[in-house]
Design a protein around this ligand. Sequence first.
Ligand SMILES: *[C@@H]1O[C@H](CO)[C@@H](O)[C@H](O)[C@H]1NC(C)=O
Ligand SMILES: *[C@@H]1O[C@H](CO)[C@@H](O)[C@H](O)[C@H]1NC(C)=O
Ligand SMILES: *[C@@H]1O[C@H](CO)[C@@H](O)[C@H](O)[C@H]1NC(C)=O
Ligand SMILES: *[C@@H]1O[C@H](CO)[C@@H](O)[C@H](O)[C@H]1NC(C)=O
Ligand SMILES: *[C@@H]1O[C@H](CO)[C@@H](O)[C@H](O)[C@H]1NC(C)=O
Ligand SMILES: *[C@@H]1O[C@H](CO)[C@@H](O)[C@H](O)[C@H]1NC(C)=O
Ligand SMILES: *[C@@H]1O[C@H](CO)[C@@H](O)[C@H](O)[C@H]1NC(C)=O
Length: 269
Amino acid sequence: MTMNSLRRRKRISHLVFLFFVWPVKVQLSLERDTPSPSNVFSESEYLVSPNKLFWSMFFNPENSSNRYLGIQHMHTEMKIIWVANRENPFIDIDGYSHCFLNITEDGSLVLSDGNATSITINSESPAPSSNTSATRLNTGNFVLRAEEEVVWQSFDYPTDTILPGMKLGLFDQNLKQNKTRKYFLTSWDGPGHPASRIFTLGIDPNNTDQLVIWRRDIPYRHSGKWNGKTFSNFHNIKNYDGIQFSYIPNRSESYFAYNVHTHYSSSWI
Ligand SMILES: *[C@@H]1O[C@H](CO)[C@@H](O)[C@H](O)[C@H]1NC(C)=O
Ligand SMILES: *[C@@H]1O[C@H](CO)[C@@H](O)[C@H](O)[C@H]1NC(C)=O
Ligand SMILES: *[C@@H]1O[C@H](CO)[C@@H](O)[C@H](O)[C@H]1NC(C)=O
Ligand SMILES: *[C@@H]1O[C@H](CO)[C@@H](O)[C@H](O)[C@H]1NC(C)=O
Ligand SMILES: *[C@@H]1O[C@H](CO)[C@@H](O)[C@H](O)[C@H]1NC(C)=O
Ligand SMILES: *[C@@H]1O[C@H](CO)[C@@H](O)[C@H](O)[C@H]1NC(C)=O
Ligand SMILES: *[C@@H]1O[C@H](CO)[C@@H](O)[C@H](O)[C@H]1NC(C)=O
């Protein structure tokens, strides 16, 4: 192997995009593990999906006094697959954290450090009523519902991991505002730094049937066209036994997603 390809491998190793497959059927479960009756989910608690695969918890990365709310997959080396406040960590001042997640009176999900700082997780999608509940589903999705309607879901705010049922793409959800929403994956800045910095994986706005990896906002790799089975340059993303990728384009949205009908396995690209 040449130095060049070694160097390339090293750089790409910062890019941990994870594709999951798990043993049970992909099912949306209405069973819930919601925050406690007080509607506050605190430090030292875990919100666990009914199938016990996905756990939400507050965590500090190794050697860091930054505190985050994350979702961990209990297989796959306990990978943190989603971070609520990756750009806005709380800081443990005295080495002790008092963070909690609250469902507030107006129906919002609010993260707080127990002191002066709070972050409204669903600020882009305010709840229409205060009758909300938060649920961790078997798929790994964390949803906020008001009167049974989903108001906000973690699947709409990917971190660096795509799970079956998530979408990777471009969405013109609000044509009146002419805003395109990007559901892209962005790598952590480094092992102890969930903040998104270097690599992004998403759909090429110029050719929506292709994926692109950007490095610091500059196109770095193009996947080539999706041929229904794989990409000409990204061979790791392909349909094989039990894994089915699909490309769904139309005038207002274009995305890739995948489903799984097989036993547990996982891979990084
Ligand atoms: C944490 O610090 C130790 C000692 O300085 C170091 O060996 C280790 O690699 C660090 N871990 C991370 C994830 O930075
Ligand atoms: C959670 O939010 C409710 C309603 O907004 C508020 O009354 C309560 O004090 C909050 N809980 C904490 C621990 O701050
Ligand atoms: C609480 O907030 C005050 C004012 O911002 C700050 O001086 C103090 O250090 C904070 N304490 C903790 C434990 O975060
Ligand atoms: C709250 O929503 C649930 C359904 O999610 C419904 O059964 C209940 O009646 C609602 N409560 C109020 C006070 O609107
Ligand atoms: C939306 O953006 C496109 C391209 O920037 C522009 O041509 C179009 O007029 C805009 N539509 C609205 C409703 O603002
Ligand atoms: C899309 O096309 C523009 C104009 O040619 C170019 O600047 C940009 O880098 C292209 N984007 C990607 C992801 O290739
Ligand atoms: C695009 O597809 C989505 C779901 O697949 C659908 O909800 C939406 O109405 C479609 N939009 C157009 C313009 O066809």
